[in-house]
Write a protein that binds this ligand. Sequence first.
Ligand code: THU
Length: 142
Amino acid sequence: MSFISDADLMALALEAREKSYSPYSHFAVGAALVDKNGNVYQGCNIENAAYSACVCAERSAFFKAVSSGVTSFEKIAIVGGKAGEKPTEVAAPCGVCRQVMREFCKPDQFRVLLGTSPDDCKSYLLEELLPVSFGPENLQEA
Ligand code: THU
C-alpha cells in the first residue's frame, strides 16, 4: 500500500528543488523520500565553495530521515535540471546516492521515480539502477 501517489511525490520533489543551493553548477536538484509510514522527507543539493563538500539532493533527503530515526523507506522522487528553469530531462541519481539507497532500502522493492514533472515520471526498482550490488548483508558474516 502506498500513502502518496507517484505524481504527488514528484510535485514534492519539485517543491524541494526550489531550495537547491547550487551557485557553482547552476544545476538544481530536488528529492522527496517516503518512509514506510507515509512521512515525506524532502532534500535538495547543497553545494560548497570547497567542491568536495557538496551533497546531492537524494542524500540530503536520506540523511534528514535517518538522522530523525527513520530507516525504512518505500520510494523516492528525483527531479533536476538547469537552475531557474523547469526540468527538461531525467536527472538520474549518482552512484554514491544509489549506494546510500542500497544501505537502507530493499533493492527489489524500493522504487526510484525519475522524470520532469508529476505527469512525466518513470518508476525504477533500485536493483535496476544498482545491479549486482554490495550491501549490509555482505558484512554479516565478516
Ligand atoms: N546532484 C544531485 O543532487 N544528485 C545527483 O544524483 C547528481 C548530482 C547535484 C550535485 C551538484 O550540486 C549538482 O547536481 C551538479 O553535479
